[in-house]
Design a protein around this ligand. Sequence first.
Ligand SMILES: [Zn+2]
Length: 348
Amino acid sequence: MDIKVNYYEILGVSVTAETAEIKSAYRKLARQYHPDVCGNDEESVNKFKKITEAYEVLSDTEQRKKYNMLKGIYTERVEKTEQTGKNEKAEQVNEETKKQEASKAYKQTSQKQKTQQGFSNVFSDILDNLKNKQSTSKNKSKKEQPKNGEDIVCEVMLTMLEAINGCNKTVNILVTEPCKACNGRQFINQTKCRACDGKGEEQNHKKITVKIPPSVKPGSKIRIPNEGNKGINGGKNGDLYLNVQIETSDIYKYDGLNINYNLVLAPHDAVLGCTKEINVPDGKVSMKIMAGTTQGQKYRLANQGIKKGNKTGDLIVTIKIDIPKDLTQEEKDLYKKLQDVANKETAK
Ligand SMILES: [Zn+2]
């Protein structure tokens, strides 16, 4: 437990959130940031850890109570007439003012209730209140009621060429589906389903291959209807959303419909000229490099960029000359010979 961290903020729930709400927020985030979905990069893994830690603390009544106390979060008890709805006022205070606020809250509470009540009793009252609410919401449980599946959001990383040309991409997602044992009904012969512990749903890893259209831009969202979490008891299925990310590439860059492409040449190719094959949206194009091409020189290949409607951009090729570093003995000898010839020429 780390009181420097705001677990409520991490899960995106209010300080008065019920356990069911916390659980649902956690599930949604866990699905979104699960390493199987997001990959094992440090950022995603840390995010997933934080979410899990927040859930572990806030879903445990004792731990949540302790955390709230240490963090100076208190939920103010309201008068009985208002107590029925979701009207509990939530207040969160920072570390500095927590003592002041706590004593103020204590005074307010005791005034309202006209009884002497310790701070911790306020907590246990609230917690009891929460418990009661939970059990009532469990009693009038959504048994057999249709429940729509939530959408799943997932990141997909494309190379520049995949984004330009379009491709088929397989993504791993964690899908909530109706429990196979009880068919989402939560009970079998009036006994709580053991397979899903009465939840009526189960989570499964699933691979989905998605056709990515050509010319997709970074940050675009692709919606795949019906591939989100499955509806339960006849509820609608959610959708799957792919957030498109494009690998930053030094080689290809978008500029409207034009594509900027850096072509790396060896010094001898630049000096003598050559022919190079370049990958373009339509396939490959063969490009003639003139003898005496210099660093930074640009070639424009008309209509080899991105197509949109009846417009087509160009491919703009910029020459980068790469000075070789790991030369073979033969190459070194040839460069030496070249150097000697050049020195002789200047000596004349
Ligand atoms: Zn079940």
